[in-house]
Design a protein around this ligand. Structure first.
Ligand code: SF4
Length: 175
């Protein structure tokens, strides 16, 4: 499988997915959930229920790790004592933080009503992350991008907590 560079991968904000229905809500989404092969193993996390729910809304895909210049596929990484390390013991914190910063810039530019995220990722995890031991154990916590986006006031939604529909009234909309 060949690497996907951040040049060849569509950048957040460059693509809009619109369907027939009038656009009601803007949603930034972890790109792997849309079926993009940007996951560490070269695959994706395509989520059919999410795709159905997104119909008629404006969708802004984002992959912080690709934006950070990391190749696909890549060695899996976890947050170890506050730094992102890959399974081979290499510190990849800088690339993860650079990617989170670029993804946050895109969110600030796009002002999505919601950001829907892939669970457990060291970038996108919104509720839980792996504990840094590479043994599959989970702890409460957030990935680097999810943390930054929440601190900036964006509303995060773990894809495992999808509502039946995205509410139209947005009283706390940061826009
Ligand atoms: S960084 Fe986020 S969008 Fe990219 S592959 Fe990982 S979970 Fe998916």
């Amino acid at each position: 499988m060949h690497a996907i560079s951040d040049r060849s991968f569509p950048q957040a904000g460059e693509e809009r997915v619109r369907t027939k229905r009038e656009v009601r809500v803007k949603i930034m989404v972890s790109a792997c959930l849309l079926g993009r092969n940007c996951k560490y193993n070269g695959g994706n996390n395509r989520h059919e229920k999410l795709l159905r729910l997104l119909e008629g809304h404006t969708v802004v895909p984002v992959c912080p790790e690709v934006l950070g210049g990391l190749p696909t596929p890549r060695v899996p990484a976890e947050i170890v004592n506050g730094k992102v390390m890959n399974r081979e013991g290499r510190c990849v914190d800088e690339a993860f933080r650079r990617g989170a910063e670029k993804a946050l810039e895109a969110a600030r530019r796009e002002q999505p009503d919601w950001i829907v995220l892939q669970p457990r990722s060291p970038s996108c995890g919104a509720r839980q992350i792996y504990d840094g031991s590479f043994s599959g154990r989970l702890i409460p916590g957030k990935g680097i991008f999810a943390e930054a986006a929440e601190q900036a006031g964006f509303r995060l939604l773990d894809v495992e907590e999808l509502p039946e529909d995205f509410p139209e009234d947005m009283p706390n909309n940061p826009r």
